[in-house]
Design a protein around this ligand. Structure first.
Ligand SMILES: [Zn+2]
Ligand SMILES: [Zn+2]
Length: 323
């Protein structure tokens, strides 16, 4: 199966958090957090249509201006989701500038902002970004986004994004049954994808059949899942919630701010150590763990940090004490 989600840490494992996710066969892309975005090209920035913010510490939010700058004067809608306070924070960012020429443009730039608590607001360029009511619910077309409210100093939101299951048709079985391929297969695939019951009637070429009698014509593969969690304290509640959120993810981007030996520092700053990150990734049963947000104090020791995460993730016996 060709993966749909193609993520890239904009600033590597040490720089500001920002995960740029490209989607196969789609022009739009998703950003998880927006620390420094200067490494992204204008072309990449213009593709961002969804932004998921963990919290508004400066290393996760300062890139907003870069996204705003390239989009001013364009017809564009950007959806953002984040913790309580995001609407106010976006409003303050936008109101730091003068927009008296906005009415001269034909194009409208729109930021739709949702807070995980339920509040929502729209900020439109042509309305000089005065906040307006927003009634529609948050959704990313074609993907399912889930979140967990986690503890940092204040709340930090963790995210998981998943594709729907892939339903593939066995062409040889169609041929064996004398069924011509065609538009009806879309309805069959949709019924399977939506979990319809066996007695659901599906139109076939020249007739109809219950879904249960057609299931052997298709195979079902789970869609790809990616989770993103950063800036979280190592508490039992966080560990449980993170493992549930990231359960069975194909890819899990998880902060590992401090080395295993610096547990006291990690506790003081409400962050994870490499070891805690490895253990959480393991508890979640993820396929691949990608640690990031390493503290600059470990610059030059990336290999050591990765090895510590790997050891806890794979549960390798520690070398210490085995000499
Ligand atoms: Zn941070
Ligand atoms: Zn933080």
């Amino acid at each position: 199966m060709r993966p749909t989600l193609h993520p890239h840490l904009v600033n590597g494992r040490f720089g500001d958090p920002a995960l740029f996710v490209e989607l196969l066969h789609r022009r739009d892309s998703i950003l998880f957090d927006m620390g420094d975005l200067s490494p992204l090209s204008a072309r990449d920035l213009l593709r961002v249509e969804t932004v998921c913010i963990s919290h508004m510490h400066i290393d996760h939010f300062i890139g907003f201006d870069a996204l705003l700058r390239v989009n001013v004067g364009r017809e564009k809608r950007i959806r953002m989701i984040g913790p309580e306070g995001l609407i106010e924070a976006v409003g303050h960012k936008l109101h730091g500038y003068t927009w008296d020429l906005a009415h001269k443009y034909a194009e409208d730039l729109c930021f739709d902002v949702w807070e995980t608590g339920g509040a929502a607001a729209r900020f439109r360029f042509k309305a000089a970004f005065a906040g307006e009511a927003l009634a529609e619910p948050f959704a990313v077309p074609g993907l399912t986004l889930t979140h967990a409210v986690l503890e940092h100093h204040g709340p930090s939101i963790g995210y998981a994004i998943a594709e729907p299951v892939h339903v593939n048709v066995w062409r040889n079985r169609l041929a064996e049954r004398g069924l011509a391929p065609g538009q009806w297969l879309q309805a069959l695939k949709a019924a399977v994808r939506d979990g319809a019951a066996d007695d659901t009637v599906v139109a076939t070429p020249g007739g109809q059949a219950p879904l249960g009698a057609l299931r052997d014509l298709v195979s079902v593969e789970p869609g790809q899942k990616l989770a993103y969690v950063t800036d979280v304290a190592d508490t039992p509640g966080n560990r449980r919630a993170i493992a549930d959120l990231a359960r069975d993810a194909d890819l899990f981007f998880l902060e590992s701010r401090f080395a295993a030996d610096d547990e006291a520092l990690a506790r003081d700053r409400a962050h994870l150590t490499t070891r805690a990150a490895g253990e959480i990734g393991r508890a979640a049963g993820v396929r691949r763990l990608e640690p990031f947000h390493f503290s600059p104090r470990y610059e030059g020791a990336e290999e050591r940090m990765l090895a510590e995460v790997r050891e806890a993730f794979q549960h390798l016996p520690s070398m210490a004490g085995h000499g």
